[in-house]
Ligand binder design. Structure first.
Ligand code: PEP
Length: 251
């Protein structure tokens, strides 16, 4: 594993304000001074500001779970990059499979969001991954290639190198099913190959590729030991600070 490890917790639609403050405090206590791993938490929009306050003197960074690509205006229910920046956000998750399957996220909207996030100086975490049917039918590579090329269309190599890609096989998200370290690594190597075709080897080598899908303390070490796994995007296990810490500092 050549790149600095990056572990991000996606809290999804969990935590009220008090719960978010308490979880953030526990995360800071558990991993807030870790020096050799990049760590971020991505609470719901309503808790970003409060969590920013809790993590401000620690090494834990703030992420958002989505964004709208427009700068401002009549887009009821949406939040812009400038709004996220103004409350201390560093990272933005884009194209999560739940957004793709429940909220009409497409490769085109992923691309618009990625461009907007980069233009604002925030850092995208672009999610890609195949469903079980796609894996079984042998279309996995084509699906992932389309998602990666869709997300990065019209983006410069310099900007691409600021992105993180999260490989999240849909069949492993929230199911308890985890890709084996070998399956994850094969997918990561394939994603890196596409990025190399798009932007050259240097960008491909330095871009970080996280694995996401039922990652937990018990399987984190073996996944992170793989050559092309540079971190994790964590759902369920990010809601308990001790589990999250067990992934940031796997034994
Ligand atoms: C996710 O939704 O990004 C995720 C990886 O979830 P979980 O860890 O719960 O599978």
């Amino acid at each position: 594993m050549a790149n600095r490890v990056f572990i991000a917790g996606n809290w999804k639609m969990n935590t009220t304000l008090d719960e978010a403050r308490a979880l953030a405090k526990d995360v800071v206590e558990a991993v807030g001074s870790v020096g050799d791993v990049d760590v971020a938490v991505c609470p719901p929009y309503t808790n970003l500001q409060a969590v920013a306050e809790v993590i401000k003197d620690s090494n834990v960074k703030l992420g958002a779970q989505d964004v709208h690509w427009e700068e401002k205006g009549a887009f009821t229910g949406k939040v812009s990059c400038a709004m996220l920046k103004s409350v201390g956000v560093t990272y933005v998750i884009i194209g999560h499979s739940e957004q793709r399957s429940y909220f009409n996220e497409t490769d085109e909207t992923v691309n618009k969001k990625t461009k907007a996030v980069l233009a604002s100086g925030l850092l995208p975490i672009v999610c890609v991954g195949e469903t079980l049917e796609e894996r079984k039918s042998g279309s996995m590579d084509a699906v992932i290639e389309k998602q990666v090329k869709g997300a990065f269309g019209g983006i410069s190599a310099e900007d691409a190198s600021k992105c993180t890609v999260a490989y999240e096989p849909v069949w492993a998200i929230g199911t308890g099913e985890t890709a084996t370290p070998q399956q994850a690594n094969e997918a990561h190597i394939f994603i890196r190959k596409i990025i190399s075709e798009l932007f050259g080897k240097e960008t491909a080598d330095t871009i970080r590729i996280q694995y996401g899908g039922s990652m937990k303390p018990g399987n984190a070490k073996s996944l992170l030991e793989e050559s092309d796994v540079d971190g994790g995007l964590i759902g369920g296990a990010a809601l308990k600070a001790s589990d999250f810490a067990g992934i940031v500092k796997p034994k």
